[in-house]
Design a protein around this ligand. Structure first.
Ligand code: ADP
Ligand code: ASP
Ligand code: MG
Length: 417
């Protein structure tokens, strides 16, 4: 059995859905097809959630946009009458019913309940289209078998329970192909949860682990994992083979091409991960796998924007020692901020975190109780794995980094935007 994952970009229009079908058609074995919301629908659903919860704007206009966008795609795929129209109507009626009601007090709970419609709608369309083009398949609501705790918006999967339920649900009796949702899941009491933005890659990896898949393929708008984001760096090349460890490092430093949680579930079972182009499906792409021999990799560039660089100095003139550090880490944990780089001297501690966020000002304020806080919003963290001096020169150029750090394999620079 294989797992194929199609992201938002691959199903952003009718041509994308047709292309997905042509890729799936070529596969003759058992297959689980994991699909994200179409195009930028998750962003639109976030807007809807804010309109509903915070009364920012009207929910009607956002639902209208969602109806128009999906309606356009479906009319192109199904020119005549088709059961899919009724199925979509039911989903939109459900969404409208939520939007008309009173929200609970928990934003994250409401968020998951609303945002999950993106994947429910896309998989309804994809499953119906595959069926109509001769690929018999079963639609599976993943929320019934992928079980999590109640940490809405970033739920933790109960692997034991999910394994049991997934194996029952995806038993391949009477079907060879399943179509199911990425990103969303459910609690034991059937409340909807999500796994964090961009989490569909992670769903694909989880299902592969739970169902002992032979491989996972994530179909992207790029020819594979490259040594930089091709939208930002012109001279990049595809990396044909990469170890799990390297892939974890890259996604951790912020390479957007794979979600950071994706690798662990497949590494544990040594399931290879293919990253391939949905535009050129015949090309080999990248394989991420167990690699015993050292691989020669080109310098890999990862650009993380929207960072904030902070420098803390204790107000009481004490040194930056364990006690102070543990205080700083406690505040970081409290505000769920991801630390991306740190450096300390005797009396100061500098670090870089993802900037912005609604609670950022409260975070700074709390630190100011104990520390003199200098901060630089909107800086860029540049990470170069397998760096060479020539490559560093090419990327950093005349910029004078605010912070620079190098280990044997990795060089990092914080640059003012
Ligand atoms: P999905 O459609 O699965 O959600 P994403 O948009 O999340 O896909 O990821 C694909 C994008 O990742 C590409 O369009 C590319 O701009 C970006 N990207 C960032 N770093 C890399 C890299 N090292 N190699 C390839 N693509 C990268
Ligand atoms: N649709 C979700 C998002 O946009 C999940 C995903 O695409 O992976 O974040
Ligand atoms: Mg994505």
């Amino acid at each position: 059995m294989k797992v194929f994952k199609f992201g938002g970009a691959s199903v952003k229009d009718a041509a994308g859905v047709r292309n997905l079908a042509s890729i799936v058609e070529k596969e003759s074995g058992e297959l689980v097809v994991v699909v994200s919301a179409m195009g930028k629908v998750t962003n639109l659903l976030e807007t809807l959630c804010n309109a509903y919860f915070y009364k920012q704007g009207t929910t009607e206009s956002v639902i209208r946009q969602l109806r128009e966008y999906h309606g356009g795609i479906v009319r192109e795929l199904f020119p005549g009458e088709a059961p899919v129209y009724g199925q979509l109507e039911e989903l939109f009626a459900g969404l409208e019913e939520i939007a008309r009601g009173e929200s609970s007090l928990c934003y994250d709970y409401e968020y998951d309940r609303i945002v999950s419609f993106g994947e429910l709608i896309s998989t309804t369309i994809v499953s119906a289209y595959l069926q109509s083009s001769g690929v018999s398949n079963r639609f599976m609501d993943v929320r019934r078998s992928l079980k999590t705790d109640t940490s809405y918006r970033n739920a933790n999967v109960d692997l034991e329970l999910s394994r049991e339920l997934c194996r029952e649900a995806f038993d391949f009796r009477g079907t060879r192909v399943y179509v199911t949702q990425g990103f969303i899941a459910g609690t034991r009491t059937n409340q909807t949860t999500t796994l964090g933005r961009e989490g569909s890659d992670y769903t694909a990896a989880l299902l592969a682990n739970l169902l002992d898949a032979e491989s996972v393929t994530i179909w992207k708008d790029v020819p594979g994992v490259m040594n930089a984001d091709p939208k930002e760096y012109a001279g990049c090349e595809v990396i044909r083979r990469m170890s799990y460890k390297e892939a974890i490092e890259l996604s951790h430093f912020g390479a957007k091409v794979i979600h950071p949680k994706t690798i662990k579930p497949i590494q544990n079972k040594r399931i290879p991960l293919y990253v391939k182009s949905f535009l050129y499906p015949g090309e080999p792409g990248t394989v991420i796998t167990e690699v015993d021999e050292p691989l020669t990799l080109p310098p890999i560039l990862i650009n993380k924007r929207g960072q904030c660089l902070l420098t803390l100095t204790p107000r009481d003139f004490s040194f930056i020692a364990e006690e102070k550090l543990s205080r700083i880490f406690a505040v970081l944990a409290k505000y769920k901020l991801k630390l991306n780089l740190m450096q300390n001297s005797a009396i100061s501690f500098s670090f870089c975190v993802d900037g912005g966020g609604a609670l950022f000002d409260a975070f700074i304020k709390e630190l100011q109780e104990e520390f003199e806080v200098l901060y630089n919003r909107d800086v860029r963290l540049i990470t170069i794995r397998h760096y060479t001096e020539a490559f560093v020169r090419e990327i950093i150029g005349e910029n004078v980094p605010l912070v620079e750090q190098r280990s044997r394999l990795t060089a990092q620079f914080i640059i003012q935007n």
